[in-house]
Design a protein. Structure first.
Lengths: 240, 313
């Protein structure tokens, strides 16, 4: 699905979301009343300091004046890899965007990520992975790192990596592999109007508690994370 | 004071002069907190290793490269997490990350105990990339939940592997940061930029360029870290103590202040092509000499240039 099709299918009652050189911003009318803030990254654009500060600005302004859920719609590259972005402190800008989204979610503005294309590394952390519920669309193709780059770092051939990926999807790119770890909560069906799936999600929104490690355990993609975290928490609480 | 206690104090004092950069994670933790006060959770004897490294025929480490526990700092209880930058570059994997997430969840529930995170990381562990990336996302959320509950989360950065990738994003979520000159903070590492954009964009073998673009002095000068310290355990300990006492809370005003702080930085320095240009624009006389300045001369200079807003992170 294209971005226009996705927005039209989610907001049949109208929206004013604009795509400004890969940055998304606007409001969408929800079927059962109210409006959702929509922000995001499109056109597989990289997320650098200039883009991140605009997105966090939209979120903070909406916390002060708006209401309703916040949708973070993503088809991005990774963070912008440049000397200028690092010189200016890109880590702070990306963290600030993630913090703004998490803060909003914890204070009455539930956040939903919608991954319809690519995303990777720092851009993924600052946007889709900083939401309460991450929805994947079938065309989504997230990758922490692509296989050719991974081959370079691990000094293994792409063929060997592909073979290993069959038994151990924990390192391999792709929506299904990521969903198994618990990162993607649900995958929507493109044949059903997205407005129905959005309304159903909003009506059954889970609470703000982070359950992604439990999901990863249920799905068999991350068997240890939940138990280790809970054990540490228990030990730490005991010994105060 | 008994002769024994005096000797112990002398020994601790002497050891705290040790280089933070050179010390292992275990040594850093042992010396950072009050003598003998550290208690580890899920230590190496539990052998909770990564379940994913054997697929790549890579050696495991019994603590998966991170030490988690509690100790005392000048008598007050603190939680501590320390990454070992010399195991898999201190990278975040499933177990490594989950240990830190669990600690932050406990801090959130207790509400009053500070957390010290001793970063030393290249970012996501690629052999378990999806689990590592998600672990970082969970830690970022857990830091914000803890801070919202009133917990102070202080990052200490000055290790071998610096604080790169998702580690840089977690650091950006902390209440305050301490850096030494060696404490590089960035998202994309020098090699990653060079591989993706070419050597003209960033020459990863130009060490002076790496230090002045990502190193602790530059981060302190642009307000990316609250405190700059010399490369000793003692200096990190004193700075951590100071920040635990002085750092403010977290809320919408903090985020608005950070938005202004970062917008202001882009406006003032957005067209600068090099760190020296930024330092010059900051009004530092003889900015080109900054990399050579010893810590005791750099610290007062940095304090004059940029009194970091303690409530803008």
């Amino acid at each position: 699905m294209t971005l226009d099709e996705i927005l039209a299918s989610m907001f049949p009652d109208g929206h004013d979301v604009r795509n400004d050189s890969g940055l998304l911003y606007g409001l969408g009318t929800l079927r059962h009343g109210g409006r959702a803030l929509v922000i995001g990254v499109a056109n597989r654009s990289a997320l650098g300091v200039d883009e991140a500060i605009r997105l966090s600005g939209y979120v903070l302004a909406s916390i002060e004046k708006g209401s309703g859920p916040i949708l973070v719609v993503v088809d991005s590259d990774s963070q912008r890899m440049s000397k200028r972005d690092e010189l200016l402190g890109l880590s702070e800008f990306l963290a600030h965007l993630a913090k703004s989204l998490i803060y909003a979610d914890m204070h009455g503005r539930p956040t939903i990520g919608l991954l319809y294309g690519r995303s990777a590394a720092g851009a993924f952390l600052a946007t889709a992975l900083a939401t309460r519920v991450l929805v994947g669309l079938p065309g989504a193709d997230p990758a922490v790192m692509d296989l050719p780059s991974m081959a370079k770092v691990t000094k293994l051939s792409i063929e060997v990596l592909k073979q290993k990926a069959r038994s151990t999807p924990v390192f391999a790119p792709g929506l299904r592999n990521l969903a198994q770890t618990g990162a993607v909560h649900i995958t929507w069906d493109e044949r059903v109007p997205l407005v129905d799936q959005l309304q159903s999600l909003l009506a059954n929104m889970p609470n703000a508690r982070d359950r992604r490690d439990a999901l990863g355990k249920e799905r068999g993609g991350r068997l240890k994370a939940h138990d280790i975290a809970e054990r540490v928490r228990g030990l730490a609480l005991q010994t105060q | 004071m008994s002769a024994h206690t005096q000797t112990a104090k002398f020994l601790a004092g002497r050891d705290r002069a040790a280089s933070w950069y050179e010390a292992s994670a275990r040594k850093r933790v042992g010396l950072l907190v009050d003598d003998g006060s550290f208690f580890e959770f899920i230590g190496p004897e539990m052998r909770e290793v990564s379940p994913h490294l054997q697929v790549f025929d890579l050696p495991e480490q019994f603590d998966d490269g991170i030490i988690i526990g509690r100790g005392r700092l000048d008598g007050s209880p603190v939680f501590v997490a320390a990454q070992e930058g010399r195991f898999m570059g201190g990278a975040f994997g499933e177990v490594h990350g989950a240990k830190l997430t669990g600690l932050l969840h406990a801090a959130r529930d207790i509400k009053s105990m500070p957390v010290l995170i001793l970063f030393d990381t290249g970012g996501v562990r690629l052999q378990e990339a999806n689990a590592g990336e998600l672990a970082i996302a969970e830690i970022m959320r857990a830091v914000i939940e803890a801070r919202t509950a009133g917990v102070k989360v202080i990052g200490l950065i000055g290790g071998h592997s610096g604080c790169y990738g998702g580690g840089g994003l977690i650091a950006g979520c902390c209440s305050a940061l301490v850096v030494s000159e060696q404490g590089r903070i960035a998202v994309s590492g020098p090699e990653v930029i060079e591989t993706n954009r070419g050597v003209e964009e960033f020459d990863s073998r130009d060490h002076a360029l790496v230090w002045r673009t990502m190193g602790g002095k530059h981060r302190r000068l642009i307000g990316g870290a609250e405190v700059f310290v010399d490369d000793t355990v003692q200096a990190f300990r004193e700075a951590a103590l100071e920040l635990v006492r002085s750092t403010g809370g977290f809320g919408i005003d903090t985020l608005k202040a950070e938005q202004s702080r970062l917008e202001d930085r882009l406006q003032r320095f957005g067209t600068c092509r090099d760190a020296v240009e930024i330092w010059t624009a900051e009004g530092i006389p003889d900015a080109a000499s900054i990399p050579e300045l010893p810590a005791d001369q750099f610290i007062p200079l940095a304090d004059k240039v940029w009194r970091t807003g303690r409530d803008a992170r």
